[in-house]
Structure formats: C-alpha cells, structure tokens
Write a protein that binds this ligand. Structure first.
Ligand code: SAH
Length: 370
C-alpha cells in the first residue's frame, strides 16, 4: 500500500488524525516532538504514544523525504542542491551561510506559471506543485547537512523555484510546521514568503499564515511592470501594495514589508525610476531590497553597473527609505535569485547518490529518510 509521508502533516492535520483515533490533543505535541526534535524515523521508538496508535501510524504513513541529488559549492560558501522528487521531477534549494545566520532558499513548485520576463524559472513554464513534505523535506535535509558542523537553518525564504501563493495549501502547512514550537520553532520574522503579487493569495495569508512578506515589485509603473511581471495586468501595483500593507498591518509581530526590486540595465535602473519608486513607496511601511539582475542563458537583459546600483540606492535613501543591496550570492554556480532551473544532477561537484542517464536524469537511489 502507498503510504503518505508523515512530514506532510501540520498541526491541524495531525489534530484531526489524533481525534479520529479517539486520543487527546496533547498527543499531537508528542508526535511532533518525536519527528522534529528527536528526529526518530521509526514509529516504534515513539514510546510515549499508545501502541495501537503507533502501529496505525506505521501502516498509514512513511518517513519518505525527497533526495539530495547533486551539490554545487560556490566560492562564497553558498551551496546549491538539486532535489529529486518522487514524481521524477527536480527542484533546487540553496543554502546561504553567513556569520550570524544560515538562510535556506526553498522551492515551492517545479517550474513556474507566471512567466516573469527576467526569471530563468519563469522561462521553463509550470510542471508541478510540491507537496508539504517535499517543502518541509528541504529544511530537514539542509539541517541534517548543517548538523555535521553543529549548525542549523535559522532563516527560510520562499525564493527558490515557483510562486508560493499558487501552491497555497502545501506552502501554508509547511510554514506552520517551520514555526511550530514542537517542530522547527522558527520565529515569524525568520520565515519569508516572496510573491510576484497575487492579491487574493495575500488576502488569504491574513487568515492562515503569519510570516514575513516580500513583494517582487521590480518597476515603479504598471507599464514597465506589465512587461517584467505579467501577472501585474491582473493585479496592478496600487492593488498589490494595498493588499501587502493590509497584510502587514494585520500582523502585529511583523514590522515591515519587504519590497524586492531587481535592477536591470536600461529597463528600470534610471534616476527617474528611482525617483518614481521613492514616490510610489513614500507612505508604504517597507524595506527595499535591490537585487542586481543575475544573468542566465537565453535572456537579453543585462546586469546594471555597480555605480548605477549604488546611485539608485542613494536616491532612495535620500528620500527617507531603508534600502539594502542584496549581494549576488552563489552566482558562479547559478544559485542566485532567478537562476534556478530544473537541472537534475548536471555538473555536480559532489554526487549524493543519484546517477545520470545520458539526457534524461534518472534517480537510482531510494528516497532518503530523515
Ligand atoms: N515567485 C516568487 C519567488 C521568486 S524568486 C516571487 O516572484 O517573488 C525570488 C526573487 O528573485 C523574486 O523577487 C524574483 O523576481 C527575483 N528574480 C527572478 N529572476 C531574477 C534574476 N534573473 N535576477 C535577479 N532577481 C531575479
């Protein structure tokens, strides 16, 4: 019988299961702690749970996880893995170690349907949604890798492949597990969902998730944004900023909205663009992240000159905004923003158990367990 991965169950789903088994609700905490604190991969070891519940769990749920297939090391310390899914598809995840934190950039979809003109993932089109366990599995596997150095992931960003708000159920369940004290226990501000701007999804977030929000704005006017982020034709800038501000205001624990602005030479990086952006955001409580465009094969867009990026930042700062320039971590291994693609285990620095079979990449190993 095909068993579902136990890592697909967030607190809400576990509560239903526990109630159906006529058990009290504290069993949910116990089960979560076995899975995520004690990291057991055998129901029999969950000794404080009733025996018949353990055997019921064993016959219905597995400890299946995606596989880490190929690892690439950047000279700046960034690591990128190709992650093999049960469906035979691959996504990528990126680990960015810094002095005071370890950020994991997770994927939520195989490919993406939104066709943003400057994004490599967008060029591939949409293939599939990831399940909750495939998203949570990325964190489990990254933590397992870091544990060898006595470290763990401290921050999660949904800035890998896909549009998280188009895979709402799985993403919100994963976020709930990331933040659950009996699971990963990450604080609300350390989990960031980045969206190209799906207004209904942002409104839905108000009810079900409580994490930081990043908006991929990339242009100060609808005319330019319509080209770079085509979903803007459906949800124009004014509606998007209103929805995002409403979300942030509904969450007392979050301080600011993050505005992402990818600078592309000659497209959106002029002094006039900076002035328009400063004006557009003047009453929006936000922090602006400037991302110099990362090149990839098949795109005619160009990275801006360093001095243009700095000048753009200065103009926004002098208008009173808080502006960071995001360093392009991992660009030498195509791990920077917008460079992720479904590569399988091409050109790996290290094989992690998958083998390649000519053109089609076939995973030969079984799915790893936690
Ligand atoms: N779908 C989500 C997550 C995408 S990736 C979103 O749109 O927000 C995270 C960020 O990288 C987004 O802001 C995205 O617009 C940006 N990005 C995409 N391609 C890029 C590229 N080639 N160079 C720099 N940033 C890019």
């Amino acid at each position: 019988m095909d068993r579902t991965s136990i890592y697909s169950l967030d607190r809400k789903k576990l509560s239903t299961i526990v109630a159906e088994n006529k058990l009290q609700s504290f069993r949910v905490d116990q089960l979560l702690k076995w899975l995520y604190h004690d990291k057991v991969i055998d129901m029999a070891q969950m000794t404080n749970l009733p025996k018949n519940f353990r055997s019921w769990l064993s016959s219905n749920y597995s400890f299946d996880l995606p596989r880490l297939c190929a690892l690439k090391h950047s000279k700046d310390g960034t690591k990128k893995w190709s992650v093999g899914l049960e469906s035979g598809n691959f996504v990528e995840m990126v680990l960015i170690p810094e002095r005071d934190r370890n950020t994991l950039c997770v994927s939520s979809q195989v490919g993406c349907a939104l066709k943003c003109d400057f994004c490599s993932t967008g060029k591939q089109g949409f293939k599939a949604n990831l399940n909750t366990d495939e998203i949570v599995g990325q964190l489990i596997l990254a933590n397992r890798h870091l544990s060898r150095e006595g470290k763990r992931v401290s921050n999660i960003v949904f800035m890998g492949m896909g549009e998280p708000l188009l895979n709402f159920e799985a993403v919100s369940s994963a976020i709930n597990l990331f933040q659950d004290d009996c699971a990963f226990g990450l604080s609300k501000r350390k989990v960031t969902l980045s969206t190209a701007g799906l207004v209904p999804g942002i409104m839905r977030m108000k009810e079900t998730v409580d994490c930081s929000l990043a908006i991929s704005l990339h242009a100060p006017t609808d005319a330019v944004r319509n080209v770079l982020v085509p979903v803007n034709r459906k949800y124009p800038i004014k509606d998007l900023l209103a929805a995002a501000s409403e979300y942030i205001e509904s969450k007392q624990s979050l301080r600011k909205l993050i505005i992402e602005y990818t600078l592309i030479e000659g497209v959106n990086d002029s002094p006039q663009d900076a002035a328009q952006l400063a004006d557009l955001l003047k009453s929006v409580k936000c922090k602006i992240n400037l991302i110099p465009f990362n090149t990839f094969g098949g795109s005619d867009y160009k990275s801006p000159k360093d001095r243009c990026v700095k000048a753009f930042q200065r103009r926004l700062v002098s208008a009173g905004h808080r502006v960071m320039i995001r360093s392009t971590r991992g660009s030498d291994i195509m791990a920077a923003c917008g460079q992720l693609a479904e590569l399988g285990q091409n050109d790996a620095d290290e094989s992690t158990g998958c083998e390649s079979d000519g053109q089609r990449k076939v995973a030969l190993t079984f799915r790893e367990s936690a």
